[in-house]
Design a binder for this molecule. Sequence first.
Ligand code: UDP
Length: 316
Amino acid sequence: MKHAVVTGGSGFLGSHLSKRLLSEGYKVTVLDNFITGSPDNVADVIDNPAFTLIEQDVIQPFTVDGPVDVVFHLASPASPVDFPTKPIEILQVNSVGTHNALELARVNGARFLIASTSEVYGDPLVHPQPETYWGNVNPIGIRGVYDESKRFGESITMAYRRFKGVDSRIFRIFNTYGPNMRLDDGRVVPNFIGQALRGEPITVYGTGQQTRSFCFVRDLIEGIFRFSELDGNHSGPVNLGNPTERTMLEFAQEIKRLTESSSEIVYQELPTSDDPKQRRPDLTVAKALLNWEPVVSLEDGLLETIAYFKGKVGND
Ligand code: UDP
């Protein structure tokens, strides 16, 4: 049985990845301090003998009973509402935490995969974004704590690859949504769906003309899993996301339609500076390397997500 360690494995993406790995016959150990994740996300597998959940802040030294075959480093708050409220935690988990996770991979001779982000491209001046683009990041802006620490995470991952021989792989996640997102996460998908289901105004920030491209979580996990299983020597980075781009105003209208909500759409000031004006992945590398591209339509993915949030609204 192969053994995978997933940092942040009870968060939104980590919980889906952990369950996929279990279904593929892996033994899975999750390390999470529950700063944004929750044991509830993995409650359905907690009694599975192949699954272990350990409360652990990965910025503190830790060991895991080996051998370990693969480390997935997903731990980090990732919502823009976390950037001003958990800035030091974000900087620490993506620096010290990444160092600790890399050490775990090194001592076990394990493969190491790091969840990086489209935020490494900042407010991009190249569109869509290929992996070769170096980005347009403001290091001293509110988003800098996330963007720069994720960039550092990529750098230390490459240093461990080049100088310590770790078989490392970097993937860059673009906006992803689906069940197990927190209703109060603050990102646009739970905000709009929660507001629409409660009949509250749907809050479009700024002009609503900024764009994003949304990937359903099942598609994203398929891409991560294929990358982890790929034979050969592949450092990445590889973009993973969905290339269908929409303005936030169009997105609000789509959610209003799919929830059959009577909510009005209102405009509010942008809460964080440097909000990227456009974002869409160039998936050329992912398609060639992984033979992967998203298959779930926005409508189908949103309907599944809306059904999940319907069970949460009213209990929040
Ligand atoms: N946004 C919005 N209303 C909200 C929450 C977010 O219009 O209630 C916008 C936000 O300004 C950004 C986009 O939606 O342009 C995506 O925001 P999110 O927080 O989901 O993540 P980001 O892609 O900015 O990291």
